[in-house]
Design a protein around this ligand. Structure first.
Ligand code: AMP
Ligand code: MG
Length: 482
């Protein structure tokens, strides 16, 4: 090779596609659809490195699906799901194409998926495309969640297609490259249960255990052990959401990941003023997925998972239902354990007392009454600052702190490590999206992303990103969910 060669070919992506090797009942082979003028918006080089992928391999052509990298086995995955409580026996990847899997530097298998790469056999009446706004929203939100330390799918790339998509208006089209521990959902189990396809269901249980819960491989009743393990991870996940004021927005069973990651960022948002009734999604008319409803909904979704596993729980169906019901009824206690653990830290406690739950609830009630900003209030407490509106609660808290053996400095360090200074404020997310759509200006996206990468650390000059919206700025509905 001569010195004048610009660059050698990038190292191929080390694909190893275990889901594509499962039977054809579970997926359909499909190629991305060619687009006119792909342009990269962003490559997440840190994540590429974690995945052992040569960043040079992450071109605009790959990001939109015009070039399918060597070793990929593009498929659309089959799944069903309850959407707002109604069962749809076939949903599936209607606009997402799984390129394949890589085993990352930590030995963890990760999916690489293109979201918005064109129609698939599951598209129904949809165009298989994604608009730029939701792609930027998902990129930013998922990376912010990761920086907060909350399990989530990740964003590897975002690119525009050079084509328009029609939603309520014409919008620029884009594709998000999403990375997940897997894209297996509660709805994946429902797909086979609805078809009474026990063979596929059985294979799915084994695949999920091997991939996400290897310790359960030797369990006496694998399906029951799996149900317990998924419940544990969902309880932990939703408690983490609630502790940072996150509202998923569309907790349908097809958006509930078996691995316990946050998945499918649609009309999601972080709450500003504390109010458990907060809803952002314009399609969530009855507040099914309101902030304060997320734990009961997770339990409901887990009950749907349990139903799919009944044939494996006991040969006698009544017995199986009894076992499943007992497990699902245990969810609130598991959730409360995680909830308490998290909120104790947020008020600086390392010891446990019976009255802690009431003390935390009294704080939340006071915040609701005074319409205090959730994030700012907890950050003030963490920084040892006076938070107005909490005059009657503060003395009770101080009493409790006297019985908590911990140096002042340590306590505030702990509190700052769980109560962020920065969250993706919805009014700023909207502003960032508008700048990109209207002016092709991605600077607000870049700026916001940078601040959100260190959410637990005050960054001088970045105060704007920690401020609550002024009344006119607050957005109550997110219309650009999809
Ligand atoms: P979501 O609300 O994004 O979780 O999607 C619910 C279902 O609708 C999934 O089966 C998606 O694949 C499908 N879907 C959403 N948007 C589109 C689209 N633009 N084209 C095709 N299918 C879509
Ligand atoms: Mg979905």
């Amino acid at each position: 090779m001569t010195a004048t060669t610009a660059s050698s070919a990038p190292r191929p992506i080390p694909f190893d596609n275990s889901y594509a090797r499962l039977p054809g009942t579970m997926h359909v082979g499909v190629n991305p659809t060619f687009v006119e003028a792909p342009r990269l918006i962003k490559v997440n080089s840190g994540l590429a490195d974690e995945l052992g992928i040569d960043p040079e391999a992450l071109t605009a052509e790959v990001a939109v699906g015009n070039a399918v990298p060597e070793g990929a086995a593009p498929i659309a995955q089959a799944y069903a799901g309850h959407q707002f409580g109604n069962f749809v026996p076939q949903l599936g990847d209607g606009r997402a194409i799984l390129l394949g899997e890589v085993v990352d530097r930590n030995g963890i298998r990760r999916d690489i998926q293109l979201k918005g790469a064109g129609p698939t056999p599951f598209s129904r009446r949809g165009d298989g495309r994604a608009a730029l706004g939701p792609v930027l929203r998902e990129y930013l939100m998922s990376e912010a969640m990761h920086a907060l330390g909350i399990p989530t799918t990740r964003a590897l790339m975002a690119a525009t297609t050079g084509e328009r998509v029609y939603r309520e208006t014409m919008l620029p089209g884009a594709v998000l490259t999403r990375v997940a521990a897997s894209h297996i959902r509660v709805g994946t189990f429902q797909f086979f249960a609805a078809r009474r396809d026990l063979d596929s269901l059985n294979l799915l249980v084994d695949h999920v255990i091997a991939r996400h819960y290897p310790d359960l491989a030797t369990a006496e009743n694998k399906a029951l052990a799996l149900l317990d393990a998924v419940m544990e991870r969902q309880a932990k996940l939703v408690s983490r959401w609630v502790q940072v004021g996150f509202i998923h927005g569309v907790m349908n069973t097809d958006n509930t990941s078996i691995s316990g990651e946050t998945i499918d960022y649609g009309p999601c948002a972080f709450m500003d003023a504390y109010d458990p009734q907060t809803v952002f999604s314009s399609i969530d008319e009855y507040g099914r997925y309101a902030y304060g409803n997320q734990a009961p909904i997770a339990q409901w979704n887990l009950a749907r998972l349990a139903e799919t596993l009944l044939p494996f729980l006991h040969e006698n169906r009544d017995e199986a239902i009894k076992i499943a019901t007992e497990r699902i009824e245990g969810f609130p206690a598991i959730y409360t354990r995680y909830w308490l653990d998290g909120f104790r830290k947020k008020i600086g406690l390392v010891s446990e007392e019976d009255g802690d739950l009431d003390l935390i609830q009294a704080l939340l009630d006071a915040m609701q009454l005074a319409r205090l900003d959730f994030t700012i209030t907890f950050r003030k407490l963490a920084n040892g600052e006076e938070a107005s509106g909490l005059q009657s609660w503060t003395p009770k808290w101080h009493d409790r702190l006297e019985r908590d053996p911990q140096p002042h400095e340590e306590r505030h360090k702990l509190m700052r490590s769980v109560s962020p200074a920065y969250i993706p404020r919805n009014h700023l997310v909207e502003e960032m999206i508008q700048a990109a759509i209207e002016r092709g200006d991605y600077q607000p996206f870049e700026n916001m992303l940078r601040v959100l990468m260190m959410p637990y650390q005050e960054q001088p000059g970045m105060e704007r990103y920690s401020e609550a919206p002024v009344p006119g700025e607050a957005l109550y509905r997110t219309f650009c969910g999809t």
